[in-house]
Design a protein around this ligand. Structure first.
Ligand code: ATP
Ligand code: MG
Length: 419
């Protein structure tokens, strides 16, 4: 019989990688909690209309990338391609605007986009993100950027650069779009088919094209910065001054527009210079979306957020996984099991405690403990069972402790200085 494979563009996260993912998630939870963000969990699928309204009918996501289907009652549904629209839907549905503002939320989970699979680009991928809904001044933009930087630096990533731009308010964007359209009109014979469509439907988005040849043609496009009106300029200046005060380095990229329809004012991306990710070097991306809450039927509530790609982030972090813990070596699987249960309780589940289920040969058990990089081997043969005294071996330093009573085993294996 032939083996089945996971669907194209999806991948299994096996045990070793899962440990790294857990480490990233644990760090994220810590950093978010310290900054007053609470978790929100929304459904994996939503009504298709939510995304076509929020992300934009002519965005790449809605146009080409959605996993849409009808269920058995003919409801049009879509596996979420991103979480912001769903969070705003939940915000409105539960009237969260009644709570003190801004409402600061974080999320994690799988997203689905029908893209061409390649390094750093999958059809099911995972994001961790934050959203702050209900505050307009740029201090909250600065706050979420700072939180993102903190998370990445806690994870040991330092070769990252923040790219930032302002899309301005609606009036600025309209003025810019006109100028951009004039510029693009001369290039239409040379750009890709997608960009020809973008030119017709949403010229701004041409600047987000992934084709290098097109990007080269857009090098001399007019700069958004030159089209900001007074209000937009004021917000933008405060934003950049704030970054300076926080000593966060940035590069203003006047052609950074982001692929979703709902952004205004600040948009940003954090990119790595590592070659690991080939072209997919944007790890974290976000921006301000002041109109979205109202567009989805809620009260006007300015908002800002970002999302990071877990697969891309994980590939940049060295996976140093250590099992640690204690392996019971015994000629009786049943006795080892009883002891393991007691030890797990008495160590508050703070270390891994495992044993051999097959009562294999003594040497084989010891080999396994070493191979799986346990810190300790605890011998539990007939002698130990009768005397209540244990032999404990430190597998890293090959030191042995004999005649330990049970409490001493617990104390030694759980103390951080024990090794
Ligand atoms: P890109 O320009 O790379 O297509 P995007 O602008 O579509 O990214 P966002 O919607 O802003 O991406 O998502 C935020 C982050 O999620 C990205 O910076 C990236 O790290 C990750 N991401 C997006 N799409 C994918 C994907 N198909 N596979 C893996 N990670 C992804
Ligand atoms: Mg994309």
């Amino acid at each position: 019989m032939s083996k089945l494979k996971a669907p194209r563009g999806t991948q299994d996260i096996l045990a070793e990688d899962s440990k790294l993912w857990q480490k990233i998630e644990a760090e994220a939870i810590k950093v978010f909690a310290a900054a007053g963000f609470n978790e929100i969990r929304t459904p994996i699928f939503e009504s298709t209309e939510l995304f076509s309204r929020a992300v934009g009918e002519d965005s790449d996501i809605v146009n080409k990338e959605m996993y849409s289907f009808t269920d058995k009652s003919d409801r049009p549904l879509t596996l979420r391609p991103e979480a912001t629209a769903a969070i705003v839907r939940a915000y409105n549905e539960h009237s969260l605007e009644r709570a003190p503002k801004p409402h600061k939320l974080w999320y994690r989970g799988p997203m689905f986009r029908y893209e061409r699979p390649q390094t750093g680009r999958y059809r099911q991928f995972h994001q961790i993100g934050i959203e702050a809904i209900g505050s307009k001044p740029p201090y909250i933009d600065l706050e979420i950027i700072q939180v993102g930087m903190q998370l990445l630096s806690n994870l040991g990533l330092n070769d990252l650069t923040l790219y930032i731009n302002s899309l301005g308010n609606q009036a600025s964007r309209e003025a810019y779009t006109k100028a951009l359209k004039d510029f693009l009109s001369g290039l239409q014979e040379d750009v890709c088919e997608d960009c020809q469509r973008r030119y017709q439907q949403n010229p701004l988005r041409a600047l987000d094209c992934k084709q290098e040849a097109d990007q080269a043609l857009y090098k001399n496009a007019p700069s958004l910065q030159d089209y900001l009106d007074e209000e937009s300029k004021e917000i933008w200046t405060a934003m950049l001054q704030g970054l300076d005060k926080l000593a966060i380095k940035y590069i203003v990229d006047p052609r950074l527009v982001r692929g979703l329809d709902y952004y205004s004012h600040a948009v940003f991306e954090i990119k790595t210079s590592s070659k690991e990710l080939a072209g997919q070097n944007t790890v974290l991306a976000g921006g301000r979306y002041d109109k979205l809450v109202k567009d989805l039927g809620g009260q006007e509530s300015p908002a800002v957020g970002w999302a990071l790609g877990l697969e891309r982030l994980a590939s940049l972090i060295e996976n140093k996984t250590e099992t640690g813990g204690l392996y019971i070596i015994s000629d009786s699987a049943m006795d080892a099991q009883i002891l393991a249960r007691k030890l797990r309780q008495d160590t508050n589940n703070s270390i891994t405690i495992d044993y051999d289920y097959n009562s294999s040969k003594f040497n084989k058990q010891l080999e396994r403990a070493i191979k799986r990089s346990y810190d300790w081997a605890l011998f539990y043969m007939e002698d130990e069972r009768n005397s209540g005294k244990f032999k404990l071996k430190n597998l890293r330093e090959t030191v042995e402790y004999n005649d330990l009573d049970y409490d001493a085993v617990v104390a030694r294996t759980t103390s951080c200085n024990a090794l």
